[in-house]
Design a binder for this molecule. Structure first.
Ligand code: EPU
Length: 325
C-alpha cells in the first residue's frame, strides 16, 4: 500500500484555522472535527480521513458553512451513506459535509398521500415508515443502502424503479447558500445522474408514490420480501460500494465482466465478487489503491474481450477517475 505524503505544519495550521472559523459561524449542536476517518462511514471500508468534517445540525448551519466557504479556495464535498464511493488512501483535502444529524431524517406523511423526507433519511427507513403510514409505492427503495440525498444525486435505482420515479419536487441549497425548490419537470435526470445536484445539495424532497396502495395489506410485505430474496441471491454480502461500473446502454456490466472470466480476480484485499461480477468486494484489509488497480484491470480486460469500455459508477471521492483509469 502506498503511504500518503506527509503534510507540512503550515498546511495543518491552515486546516486548523479553517475548522475554527467554521465553528465560529455555527450553533454548538453542529459537530466539526479534524482528520475524521472516513473508511467506517462507507460501505467499502477503505481510505483515509477528511481534513475537516462537519455534521451540520440545521439548514441555517449548513447555510452559514457554505457562505463562509464561498470566498475560500477549499473544496466542499457531501457525504451521504457512503455506499457508492471510494475514499482515496491519502484522505480528502476538503471540507466533508454529512447530513447525518437527526434533524435531517424527517419523514412527514401528508393527508394527500405525499411525503416530505429529509436528505439524511435512510432509504430503508423511508420504506419502513411509508409502510407504517399505510403508503405503498416505495418498496423498491428498501434494498438500496443509501440516504435520500445520495439517492437523489445519483438517481439511485433497483428492481426496475428509480428514485426520481417517486419525486415530485426537491428542495436544494446552492454552494452560495441560496435555497430553491425545483419541480421534477425542471430537473435534468438520467441514469445514475441528476444535473442540478452535481453542485447544489439536496435538503429534502416531496415524494409521491408511483402506484396506488393494493387492497391486500400483505402485498407490500410480500413485494419487499421478494426483492430482499432476489438481492440476497444475486448480490454479495461482503463490504462493497455496490455496482462498480454503470451498465453500458443496452448491455450489462456484470455479464461482460463475468464473460471475461474475471470473477474471483484479486488485487490485495480487493476481489471481483464471485456472486455478482459488477461488485468489487473488500475481503479484509483492502486499500483504495487495491480497488483502483482492480477497476483498471477489469476495465482493460473487458475492453479486450468485448470492445466495450466500462465507466465507473462509484465516485472516487474528492477526486476524478480520469487519471486513475
Ligand atoms: N449477470 C451475469 N453475471 C454476473 C452478474 C450478472 O451474467 O456476475 C447477468 C445476470 O444474469 C443478468 C444481467 O447480468 O442477466 C443483469 O444482472 P442483474 O439483474 O443483477 O442487474 P444489474 O444490471 O447487474 C442493476 C443495478 C443494481 C441493482 C440491480 C437490481 C446498475 C449498474 N446496477 O444491476 O444497482 O441493485 O440492477 O435491480 O445499474 C448499484 O447501482 O450499485 C447496484 C447494485
Amino acid at each position: 500500500m502506498s503511504q500518503p505524503a506527509p503534510r507540512s505544519l503550515e498546511q495543518e495550521g491552515r486546516w486548523n484555522a479553517l475548522a475554527r472559523t467554521l465553528q465560529a459561524v455555527v450553533s454548538p449542536e453542529t459537530t466539526i472535527t479534524r482528520e475524521e476517518s472516513l473508511a467506517e462511514k462507507t460501505t467499502m471500508r477503505v481510505g483515509g480521513a477528511a481534513r475537516v468534517y462537519v455534521e451540520p445540525a440545521s439548514v441555517e448551519d449548513l447555510q452559514a458553512i457554505f457562505r463562509q466557504l464561498t470566498g475560500e479556495a477549499v473544496p466542499v464535498v457531501m457525504l451521504g451513506r457512503g455506499s457508492n464511493l471510494l475514499i482515496p488512501d491519502k484522505g480528502v483535502d476538503a471540507v466533508v459535509v454529512s447530513l447525518s444529524h437527526p434533524s435531517w431524517q424527517v419523514f412527514e406523511s401528508r393527508p394527500d398521500g405525499r411525503v416530505w423526507v429529509g436528505a439524511g433519511l435512510r432509504l430503508k427507513n423511508l420504506c419502513g415508515l411509508a409502510i407504517k403510514a399505510g403508503l405503498a409505492g416505495f418498496e423498491f427503495l428498501e434494498g438500496i443502502p443509501g440516504n435520500v440525498g445520495g439517492a437523489l444525486r445519483m438517481n439511485a435505482g433497483a428492481m426496475g424503479g428509480w428514485m426520481f420515479d417517486v419525486v415530485e419536487e426537491v428542495r436544494l441549497m446552492t454552494r452560495a447558500g441560496e435555497i430553491r425548490t425545483l419541480r421534477k419537470s425542471e430537473m435534468h435526470v438520467d441514469y445514475r445522474h441528476c444535473a442540478e445536484l452535481t453542485e447544489a445539495v439536496a435538503l429534502g424532497a416531496l415524494l409521491v408514490p408511483v402506484h396506488a396502495k393494493p387492497d391486500d395489506d400483505q402485498a407490500i410485505k410480500r413485494q419487499i420480501d421478494a426483492y430482499r430474496d432476489k438481492r440476497h441471491q444475486t448480490q454479495p454480502r461482503e463490504p462493497s460500494a455496490g455496482c462498480i461500473f454503470k451498465n453500458p446502454p443496452g448491455n450489462s456490466a456484470g455479464r461482460l465482466i463475468d464473460q471475461a472470466g474475471l470473477k474471483g480476480e484479486r488485487i490485495g484485499g480487493a476481489e471481483v465478487s464471485t456472486v455478482h461480477a459488477n461488485f468489487i468486494v473488500n475481503r479484509g484489509g483492502a486499500s483504495c489503491a487495491d480497488v483502483i488497480a482492480l477497476v483498471r484491470r477489469v476495465r482493460a480486460r473487458v475492453q479486450e474481450s468485448s470492445g466495450v469500455t466500462l465507466e465507473p459508477e462509484v465516485l472516487l471521492y474528492g477526486s476524478e477517475w480520469g487519471r486513475e483509469l
